[in-house]
Design a protein around this ligand. Sequence first.
Ligand code: FES
Length: 573
Amino acid sequence: MKKIEDLRSYRWFHGTELVEFRHNSRLKQMGYSKADFAGKPIIGIVNTWSDLSPCHQHFRQRAEDVKRGVLQAGGFPVELPAMALTETYMKPSPMIYRNLLSMEVEELLRSQPIDGAVLMGGCDKTTPGLLMGAFSMDIPAIFVPAGPMLRGAWGGKILGSGTDQIKYTEERRAGTITDEELEEIENGIARSPGVCMTMGTASTMTSLAETLGLSLPGAASIPAVDSNHPRMASDSGRRIVDMVFEDLKPSSILTEKSFENAMIASMALGGSTNAIIHLIAMAGRIGLKLTLDQFDAISSRTPMLANIRPSGEYLMEDFYYAGGLKALLNQLDELLNLDAICVSGMTLGEQIKGAKVFDDKVIRSLDNPVEKAGSTVILSGNLAPNGCVLKQAAADKNLLQHKGPAVVFENYADMKARLDDEDLEVRAESVLVLKSAGPKGAPGMPEWGSLPIPKKILRQGVRDMVRISDSRMSGTAFGACILHVSPESHAGGPLALVQNGDIIELDTANRKLTLHVDDEELEKRREALPPPEVYYKRGYGLLYSENVTQADQGCDFPFLAHGPNTPDPRIYG
Ligand code: FES
């Protein structure tokens, strides 16, 4: 057990030199007495609230709930605002800023007198961004997930975030619903604070944070507006104070086995393909290397049990009432490493023991899974030498073995300009190819990978086609979309060489993606390629483009990966 003199903050406040005088007097300037802070651990509440983050609207109040818990347990809470990474509004994609948030968190915690951290996030990239920063800093930290919003509703139908937004905007393009109906859907699809309530990236990543042992048991499934949510927040505030004295840091919790648990959970949830990139990056921060082959091997032996959209029928609110993540993990206990340690101080096995499923339509059993195995698969071949990803659970099964001619878009603007052109040479069996949408090329690897279906194909009643890109896809999206092609076209990957009419073959059963063009012809095309254009010429955009790794390596910056210990700052003045 640590004593108060062992804590980081002690160095800032204990003593009578100028530096300690300055630190103490400035807390008093804010109205605190010594009784408020002296001899107490300082808990940083890293809050990703913003006026432009609808998913985190409730975080101002939740930060107060966390503070209540910290104060009751004898800590001194301080709130530290951090970038909100709002999925809806940040362009080209908040993905470009995930690494920036991680740097902000690491340095906020390092440069100030913080002994333990409560990380408040949930909207897609906030979870990996906060966690990656906390892993690199490695002080006791607990994650408070934002929780999913309530179900959407329109015209007697239940609506799911993202999934139904894509579905109904496609129907509007096809002319099967009116502008008025689309506006009614807009009014009913997002009814409360909280993250997307499908199994998108947000609920996938908060569930994986809990599986890794970084949130209190059951936290990830609680809807944002349920009264259990503020109770979970204040419990987290109470728990972090004990964790500081126990010195329970991310490095004491995270192991190869806990990451294996997260990969298993991701496949059983039918989780977002984005989780693969984030888990690789998160593991890299503690010196572990996850490979795409590991994901495929785990996928091949893990049944998908969560019947949640976009791969299933229900929503996160139903998942919570059906028993939530604890119940799902308990169904899988024979596959999991149950000895993994969690922030609760218990093992994962102790946390999930006895958790019941209350609705087996929503959380299926091992005997009756949604998919027997392989909800997401890894493909490779001459078009993606370093791999790519397909969420087959959310694709039209008739497209999983497919051969068709390529219709190529050189970038997103080209796709936007020509997709609905009546003269576009495209058939239902064509393979849509989007280039320049990867980590360096876009840059920031936006969620452009679920390319819209061309209008003239929609009118034929077709709702899915094989689509290939070096970009990502929203976890709420669906379709036969082959994503994260690595290396990306901008970095000289073979995707850059595809031309209209080339035959592309998808062989999901054998995990193959093949461009049927001979090597000699590909070499000729490579010689004729123009040099790639750099979009950002200065600032963070340039730093990102010059440093970001490819999707199969997690899109982190190599200089942020696990390395020699970073010392605490010198405190001289
Ligand atoms: Fe925030 Fe989907 S937009 S989680």
